[in-house]
Design a protein around this ligand. Structure first.
Ligand code: THG
Length: 370
């Protein structure tokens, strides 16, 4: 793998910021929604320390938008999620798992309400557009469903407020968590939200014209010099510490939102019709046989598996798998997300993880690593 490269054909879409990203020389890329996403610039640890101290500019164009607009827009969005979207105000975003008629998680997007009858579904890595087009055709609902020319650019880190106050104005400090405003940067209209895939705070700028990507990047980059800005990307260590699960790694269509611990983002008795109601009712009645847990694995740094590591009980029986893992200096331990048999999912429970370097003790922790 040492010198292997990824073939960047037209199938793997470019982003409006890609030339600037490449200038900053990320060491590792991945592909997400058929588009490039940097995953390491210097090293996961160096990137992490910078993100937690300064401010970073992240090309997260891969968070593609699926726009739903028309008289039945709310009904369609309600249909695909057990979260109550009628309570989402214009100018608000909500984290809302999309769940199919069998209870399987299709995606875990943020949904933005742009108008009474207009939404953006800001998706994780799965083909929501095709699924939604099928549902729309089958239901005969009066809506348009398409992917607009929208690319989010994230500004993350403790100095994000200071930087964006310079770029846009002091009003950005008033934007509440998971709320957005409409404004202009470099003369182009953007939505500016207080959100982003880190626990360090910051904003996401929704650019609506790819041709303005470089100008937007450069404007923030220039003002960012005073704040020690660097190009960055979602960081594995930080997102484990912050408890952010990644669709495709920590949950798939094979998982339901109950076993993934997403209940707090669901309103199972919401008034609107939704396609997963019966399946989720049944899952709750019968109980789940496995649960997502946070695992703290003792010992020195352990590299993350591409596939999985097995989780075994004290008597050596396989009880689950690790789905993400990174070494945290802050906790002086490896942090992992895992899915384990329900009886072993209680904080304090002692298990073992079979790593490349042998078996290691692993303790089940709560959501905040306590
Ligand atoms: N930003 C945007 N789109 C996205 C992501 C993003 N789409 C894909 C992916 N990320 C969606 N997944 C998440 C998961 C968690 C959060 C955001 C996106 C998140 N969660 C907070 C938490 O868990 O504490 C708060 C959730 C809440 O209170 O509703 O921020 O990053 N545009």
């Amino acid at each position: 793998m040492k010198s292997s490269k990824l073939a960047l054909s037209r199938r793997i879409r470019t982003t409006p910021f890609e030339s600037r990203v490449l200038e900053q020389g990320p060491k590792v890329f991945s592909v997400y929604n058929h588009m490039t996403l940097a995953s390491v610039y210097r090293s996961p640890q160096e990137d992490y320390e910078h993100l937690c101290t300064h401010v970073q500019l992240w090309d997260v164009s891969v968070e593609r938008q699926v726009e739903v607009v028309g008289p039945d827009a709310l009904a369609l969005v309600e249909l695909i999620t057990p979260r109550d979207i009628s309570r989402c105000a214009i100018g608000q975003c909500v984290y809302a798992p999309l769940v199919d008629e069998h209870g399987g998680i299709v995606n875990d997007p943020i949904i933005l309400r742009l108008a009474d009858d207009r939404f953006w579904i800001s998706i994780a890595d799965s083909d929501v557009l095709l699924w939604l087009k099928g549902i729309t055709y089958g239901s005969g609902m009066e809506v348009k469903v398409f992917e607009p020319d929208v690319s989010p650019l994230a500004v993350q880190g403790p100095r994000a407020d200071e930087l964006m106050a310079e770029v846009v104005g002091p009003e950005v400090r008033e934007i509440k968590f998971f709320r957005f405003i409409e404004t202009e940067i470099v003369g182009t209209p953007v939505y500016l939200a207080r959100s982003g895939w880190s626990g360090q705070g910051g904003f996401e700028i929704y650019l609506q014209d790819s041709s303005k990507g470089i100008e937007l990047w450069d404007a923030i980059w220039k003002k960012g010099q005073a704040f020690n800005i660097r190009a960055g990307c979602p960081n594995l260590i930080e997102r484990l510490e912050s408890g952010l699960m990644s669709y495709g790694s920590d949950m798939t269509l094979e998982n339901n939102p109950i076993e993934c611990g997403l209940e707090r983002f669901l309103n199972l008795d919401k008034p609107a019709e939704y396609m997963s109601r019966e399946a989720l009712d049944k899952i709750i009645r019968n109980g789940v046989d496995k649960l997502k847990v946070n695992l703290m694995i003792e010992g020195g740094p352990q590299s993350a598996p591409r596939a999985t590591f097995d989780v075994v009980s004290q008597d050596g029986i396989k009880v689950g798998i690790v789905t993400s893992l990174a070494y945290s200096k802050k906790h002086a331990a490896n942090l992992a997300f895992a899915v384990v048999t329900t009886e072993f999912a209680t904080p304090g429970c002692s298990l073992k993880v079979v790593t490349e370097k042998g078996e290691r003790v692993a303790i089940v922790k709560d959501r905040n690593w306590k």
